[in-house]
Design a protein around this ligand. Sequence first.
Ligand code: G2I
Length: 451
Amino acid sequence: MRRTLILLSAGAVTAAAAVVALSPSANAATTLGAAAAEKGRYFGTAVAAYKLSDAVYSGILDREFTSVTPENEMKWDATEPSQGTFSYAAADTIVNRALANGQKVRGHALAWHSQQPSWAQNLSGAALRTAMVNHVTQVATHYRGKIDSWDVVNEAFADGSTGARRDSNLQRTGNDWIEVAFRAARAADPGAKLCYNDYNTDGQNAKSNAVYAMVQDFKARGVPIDCVGFQSHFNAQSPLPADYQANLQRFANLGVDVQITELDIEGSGSAQAASYAAVVRACLAVTRCNGITVWGIRDSDSWRAGGTPLLFDGNGNPKAAYTAVLTELGGATPSPSVSASVSASVSPSVSPSDPQAGSGCAATTSVNAWTGGFVVTVKVTAGAARINGWTVAVTLPSGSTITNTWNATASGSGAFTNVGYNGGVAAGGSTEFGFQGTGTALTGTPTCTAR
Ligand code: G2I
């Protein structure tokens, strides 16, 4: 659109065109999710249910990501701990929270040789096949209508040069176990995209060739498959392959979507940032690459935390890799000129149970601060009557600067106003917004004014 504007105004209003050209990032998206959305893609993360009460974690989750994948909560051991008894509480927490926030959900994973409950590990043959089909059917039915894409089968091929299936109890039930799982998933949830997901398939090699042949065969025979997930766990031993984009493209050419499903890249600084940027570039270059999911939020959340493979450091600060990804998506970090410097003053204290007379709402804060920075989550609670909009004023120590805001609009003087979807709050109900800044976190309690 910007390009069109510049072209249209080039002849007539040269000055206006110059202003647009001089402010290339004025309208750029400032979060991963918003920037990816402008490219028609989602940007997701793996989520662990037990971390959702961590305000820094959930603040980043809701600010930056438009898709979530339960990291362990949907696996067979979690959802069917004893045969025929299903346990969905942890996964439901993630799924329902994501859908309420407008985030997509990637389901992970229905059939896998790993993280099976011990009862399944001890089954074989027809009994295991029946149990597997029942598991796929029950879980996909439970989440019917809520899942964007399911990893129906995970990691079914062997590493190395053989191109063979991985040996497992599932494989020993017969070579057709994968297509049987896909058919059961389609029957249970016809609206979900059904994916095959694996690692070490990111470039062209014997393993990815074998997956390619399977997908080609499934398409030829009408086995329901819609997408292939490329986990993309990279490090020095297993670096981003040079033919990554070409490999994604050859799968897309088979008539399936491709998704980057578990991205993490060990390393730090500009080298790590460059690899992340290259992954984003590859996905954007492949029309059928729907989106990218990173395998966790902060380095400390990673299954291999020692390799610092993610986009945020242990304190929740964005790393160079974050900026590289955002830039590659066409977004930009908020420019300093739009940051809000807030001067010190004393504000009256208010609690949610005692809304200010006439104000109709109250605001309370939860603060996560570290040396040089902070994240504040603010809960806005309506009083005895419904409110249709709110403004919260906070007080920061002199010199502190707000650098980022989510679920609210910052006015620049320490005041935050609701956005379109969270202005209306029922009597006694509440909504949350947040902001991040540099310097020292706020003092005192914010004031809330309702409309
Ligand atoms: O290994 C990395 C990923 C490779 N692709 C499939 C993914 O499902 C897999 O994720 C990891 C999780 O990130 C780990 O969090 O899968 C591991 C298990 O295969 C997960 O680790 C497990 C631990 O092994 C368990 O001891 C622990 O109880 O996490 C569990 C829950 O914290």
